[in-house]
Design a protein around this ligand. Sequence first.
Ligand code: NAP
Length: 252
Amino acid sequence: MSQTLPLKDKNAVVTGSARGIGKMIALTLAQRGANVLIADLRAELAEATAKELAEATGCKIVATSVDVSNAESAKAMIDKAVAEFGRVDILVNNAGITRDNLIMRMDEADWDLVLGINLKGVFNCSKAVVRIMMKQRYGRIVNISSVSGLAGQAGQTNYSSSKAGVVGFTKALAREVGSRQITVNAVAPGFIPTDLTKDLPEELKEASLKQIPLGRWGKPEEIASAVAFLASDEAAYITGHVLSVDGGMVMM
Ligand code: NAP
């Protein structure tokens, strides 16, 4: 294993990677040597991100549109990765959304939408890739959960449930596929400045700092480096783990 490029010759799929944390994860994996499929809802944005990251890293970066909540679309995404790269070593289930509201005002549609993307999406993409990883007798699946899934967050019954579900899914799948040297782990970010958090009320942003021992929000790079570690051979003996990257906000 190269010291400088720990993911050389690895092929990765990152969902929701046209922007936000997913884009930073894709960049970090590529900087460590991996080829990456940028998979996101909007084809044009995914193409633009793939072009940008290919120029920045010199790795093979391709794009596809995917709706992770749709099983056929998730399968087509993995088929595309196999067609482009020949194999899939790493799947990062990053795509996620919020539709926050107090339960009294939360529509059933917003419950279904968030669970459909954040939890069923993880199932769809993992199911599509697991057979390939089983045959390879090698794989790394990293799921993006959240502090909200570990501690709960008022106004986020849908989101917190989906992210807690991701934790249970991670542990169950880790037990199912461990014998084939496939590891399944989760990263649980705290507050990270992206489009997902930009509209939070200023008072909530201020108040959040008091709950974070390190006294600041995290950076997308800090999530990405945790994901890259779990995706590497250095983490070969870690599975079913939830790694909080949250400045100490939630200590389990
Ligand atoms: P973001 O900036 O909103 O980016 C999310 C990306 O996912 C977007 O590119 C979005 O596409 C894509 N996406 C949405 N629905 C999709 C679907 N059905 N299929 C495929 N792609 C889809 O969010 P982020 O802050 O980077 O969050 C990334 C992950 O980290 C999420 O799972 C989130 O829950 C988690 N997380 C974030 C924070 C935080 O503070 N930011 C904290 C904890 C956990 P469009 O551009 O078309 O919408």
